[in-house]
Write a protein that binds this ligand. Structure first.
Ligand SMILES: CC(C)(COP(=O)(O)OP(=O)(O)OC[C@H]1O[C@@H](n2cnc3c(N)ncnc32)[C@H](O)[C@@H]1OP(=O)(O)O)[C@@H](O)C(=O)NCCC(=O)NCCS
Length: 298
C-alpha cells in the first residue's frame, strides 16, 4: 500500500524577532490562558543577552523556546511551546537543537532546564536529544499553624549549632549532587545551575546555610523572603538523621514566626517520610519536577 504523503511544510527555525511577539502571544493565549510566558516573553525580547527561537511552518508561528547563560558556563532553557496542531513533527526537537547551538556559541558547556515529572511529551523530547535527569525535586510545604507538628518549637529553637564551615558544607552538598538555584520567573520559580564554591560561600555570608556536624547534613535557604514571607529551603543534603534535626529546627523557626516552610527536597523515600512525619502536606502535581541537563560539549 502506498504511504500517505505528508503535505505540511517543513519547519523553519530562526532567532525570534520583535514582529513575532504578537503572534506568539496569541499562540500562548490559545494554548493556555494562564501561561506565565505571556508576561515573560516580552521581557525576554527586551534583553539582548537572552535567546529566543521561533519555529515557523508555512509562514505561521508553530512554536518557541527561550534560553540564556545562567551562571559561568552554565545555560538555562525554558518556555518550550509547540502549537497543538503542529506537534509530533520534530518541531520541539529542532527548536532545542538550534537553541543548544546558540548557547554553545555563547560559551555554554552545560544546559539545564526543569520539567514536570508528569510531562511525558517534554521528558521524551529532551531524552531524545540526550538530556539526562540531573536531580528530581519534590517541593513540600508545611503550613503555618499546622496541627500535625511532630516536634516542640521551643526545643528546636533553643538548640544552637556551630557555624558551618565552607569546606565541610561543600563536601556534603557535592556528594548529594543537589544543584544550585536562584529565584526566577519560571514555571517552578527557580533557575538551576551547577553547585559551586562561590554559590555556597555567598549563601554562608548571607546566613542562609544551616548545618549539622554529627550526623553531617546541610540545608540552604533562599536568601530572599517568599511572597508569603515564608522560609524556603532550596537545597537539602546529607544524612537523613541529620536532616531530621535541621528540618525540625527550621519548622520550629517558621512556626515561631508564623510563616510557612517550603522545602525543595530530594526524591528520597526516607527524606519524604521525615517530611510526612513533620506534617508537610503531600506534594501536588505542580510540585514534583526534574532538573534535567545536557553536556553541550559531548
Ligand atoms: C512538549 C512539546 C514541546 C513537544 O513538542 P513536539 O514538537 O510535539 O515534539 P517533537 O515532535 O520534537 O517530539 C520528539 C519526540 O518526543 C516524544 N514525544 C513528543 N510528544 C510526545 C507525546 N505526546 N507522547 C509521547 N512521546 C512524545 C517522541 O519520542 C517524539 O518523537 P516521535 O514523534 O518521532 O516519536 C509539546 O508537546 C508542547 O508544546 N506541549 C505543551 C507545552 C509544554 O509542555 N512545554 C514543555 C514545558 S517543559
Amino acid at each position: 500500500m502506498q504511504k500517505k504523503k505528508r503535505t505540511m511544510d517543513k519547519a523553519v527555525i530562526r532567532r525570534s524577532r520583535n514582529e513575532d511577539t504578537e503572534e506568539i502571544m496569541a499562540m500562548l493565549l490559545e494554548m493556555d490562558s494562564s501561561d506565565y510566558l505571556q508576561e515573560t516573553w516580552p521581557d525576554w525580547m527586551k534583553d539582548t543577552e537572552d535567546i529566543q527561537m521561533t519555529a515557523l511552518v508555512g509562514g505561521r508561528i508553530a512554536g518557541c523556546v527561550h534560553g540564556r547563560i545562567s551562571a559561568g558556563q552554565d545555560a538555562w532553557a525554558q518556555g518550550l511551546r509547540v502549537r497543538a496542531d503542529f506537534r509530533r513533527r520534530g518541531i520541539a526537537t529542532s527548536l532545542i537543537t538550534d537553541l543548544e547551538e546558540e548557547l554553545r556559541r555563547k560559551g555554554a558547556r552545560t544546559v539545564f532546564a526543569t520539567i514536570s515529572r508528569f510531562n511525558q511529551p517534554s521528558l521524551a523530547t529532551v531524552a531524545g536529544l540526550n538530556w539526562k535527569i540531573f536531580f528530581p525535586i519534590i517541593r513540600r510545604r508545611l503550613k503555618t499553624g499546622s496541627r500535625r507538628l511532630a516536634f516542640s518549637p521551643q526545643q528546636h529553637v533553643a538548640s544552637h549549632r556551630p557555624s558551618p564551615d565552607l569546606h565541610a558544607v561543600q563536601r556534603i552538598v557535592r556528594l548529594s549532587g543537589v544543584p544550585a538555584s536562584r529565584r526566577a520567573a519560571a514555571f517552578f520559580k527557580r533557575v538551576y545551575f551547577s553547585m559551586t564554591e562561590e554559590f555556597l560561600r555567598e549563601a554562608l555570608v548571607s546566613g542562609v546555610v544551616r548545618a549539622n556536624t554529627s550526623p553531617a547534613a546541610v540545608a540552604v535557604l533562599d536568601p530572599e523572603p517568599t511572597e508569603n514571607k515564608g522560609l524556603w529551603v532550596v537545597a537539602l543534603a546529607g544524612a537523613v538523621s541529620g536532616l531530621l534535626g535541621l528540618i525540625g529546627d527550621l519548622a520550629a523557626e517558621a512556626a515561631c514566626k508564623e510563616l510557612d516552610l517550603v522545602a525543595d527536597s530530594p526524591d528520597d523515600p526516607e527524606i519524604q517520610a521525615v517530611l510526612d512525619d513533620l506534617g508537610f502536606v503531600p506534594p501536588g502535581t505542580d510540585e514534583q519536577f526534574m532538573v534535567v541537563e545536557k553536556d553541550l560539549l559531548v
